[in-house]
Write a protein that binds this ligand. Structure first.
Ligand code: ACO
Length: 394
């Protein structure tokens, strides 16, 4: 919203001035509208965009200093406690939570799309069995662009809706199939009687020989991981999707570009990096030497620090609680790797190096531990982040 305030820039040794309007958002800091800045004959320089908004959005709000994350005005803590992931998708898409009827209709709509075209299945076979599942995700999601010529007009709301539904529905199927292909397991079809997270776990772990039952605690943990990763303002992968889509490119190809961006260890690859780091440290006795290396900047403490959250990551708090619930449910509190993770967390939280730099555990520190406890292989961590990261297509 425009205000009547302006920011004046004086340059050229005081000879020239230009005024820029100040805009006010519903929440958060004021924004200086610099769209006319180029007229000064200069550029702005803001690597990583810490002070730059690339678009107007009413979807997600983050206050990194206070540790707030809101989807459509709802605090993430409330959503994680009282809703499930499909409801959160509905909220992100439509701006409000669904009532019971809208929820049932939305779930039916998603279920209608959760199968994969049979021709798409043959694509998996083109990959090496040992390909990283993120490589398979990038390839197969990109290939969806060749299958849905009926709905590729990004300016058409109905096309955007159906494409979003297809992505929400098919990404778990694609991710689970990427895992099963890697393992040499037969494909497991979606089961419509199950909840979203339960169905994903069913597609990952069921075999034709056994009845597969998912514990409600584990299904809830999976659902929370999806919810906590569903949106995060203009982060690197969302910005990638927007940039790719700004040319009017095929939406599925744009999402594939976002998945590629998410793959990196500074972003969605961090929870995978946490588990690799725990493996490298090996045991609690090696923690002090590892921490010395962190302070000498030989390596980073993965799962710590965040570009935006400088006091705490609100998602980490929820995930820590979920982590406790899962470790209790599975009787894993004394597992050496989880004990090591907890020792590392305690030491880092008390160490001046981390306190001074405001480095706290982020969501990926705990989500890596939760996923590992559930039995999800490390290489599947980032695909799970990718399938939770719902991307609004406008
Ligand atoms: N371990 C050790 N030191 C760190 C870490 C870390 N994880 N993160 C930052 N630092 C240090 C930096 O070396 C720097 O030290 P200096 O002031 O002595 O030079 C200081 O803290 C500030 O670091 P920046 O690079 O300015 O922090 P920035 O906000 O740019 O980085 C980032 C954020 C990329 C997330 C970083 O903290 C990091 O690499 N963390 C590990 C990877 C990770 O967990 N990523 C997941 C992010 S959550 C997500 O994507 C869902």
């Amino acid at each position: 919203m425009e205000t009547n305030r302006k920011v004046t820039l004086t340059y050229n040794e005081g000879k020239d001035t230009t005024e820029f309007p100040v805009l006010k958002g519903t929440l958060g800091r004021d924004v200086v509208d610099i769209r006319t800045f180029a007229k000064t004959g200069m550029f702005t320089f803001d690597p990583g965009f810490p002070a730059t908004a690339s678009c107007e959005s009413s979807i997600t709000f983050i206050d990194g200093d206070k540790g707030y994350l809101y989807y459509r005005g709802y605090p993430i803590e409330q959503l994680a406690e009282q809703t499930d992931y499909p409801e959160v998708c509905y909220l992100l898409l439509n701006g409000e939570l669904p009532n019971a009827e809208q929820r049932a209709e939305f779930n039916r709509g998603i279920m209608r799309h959760n199968m994969l075209h049979d021709q798409l299945m043959s694509l998996f076979k083109g990959f090496r069995r040992d390909a990283h599942p993120m490589a398979v995700m990038v390839g197969v999601v990109g290939a969806l662009s060749a299958f849905y010529h009926d709905s590729l007009d990004i300016t058409n709301p109905e096309h955007r809706r159906i494409s979003a539904h297809r992505l929400i529905a098919k990404l778990p199927t694609i991710a689970a199939q990427a895992y099963r292909y890697n393992k040499g397991l037969p494909f497991s079809y979606p089961k419509n009687g199950l909840g979203y997270a339960e169905n994903f776990l069913h597609m990952m772990f069921s075999t034709p020989c056994d009845e597969y039952k998912v514990s409600p605690v584990i299904a809830r943990a999976m659902d929370r991981i999806f919810t906590l990763h569903a949106d995060h303002e203009q982060n690197a992968s969302t910005s990638t999707v927007r940039l790719a889509g700004s040319s009017g490119a095929n939406p599925f190809a744009c999402i594939a570009a976002g998945i590629a961006c998410l793959w990196g260890p500074s972003h969605g690859g961090a929870n995978e990096a946490v588990l690799k780091m725990l493996d490298e440290i090996g045991s609690v006795e090696n923690v002090p030497a590892f921490m010395e290396g962190v302070k000498n900047k030989t390596h980073k403490l993965m799962g710590f620090g965040h570009r935006v959250y400088k006091n705490m990551d609100p998602r980490a708090k929820i995930m820590k609680q979920t982590c406790d619930e899962v470790l209790n449910e599975l009787g894993l509190h004394n597992d050496p790797q989880f004990k090591l993770a907890m020792a590392l967390e305690k030491i880092a939280l008390e160490d001046p190096y981390f306190i001074e730099r405001k480095l706290y555990p982020n969501v990926d520190f705990y989500s890596g531990i939760v996923l590992s406890a559930i039995g999800i292989p490390v290489s599947m961590f980032t695909p799970i982040f990718a399938l939770g990261s719902y991307r609004r297509l406008d």
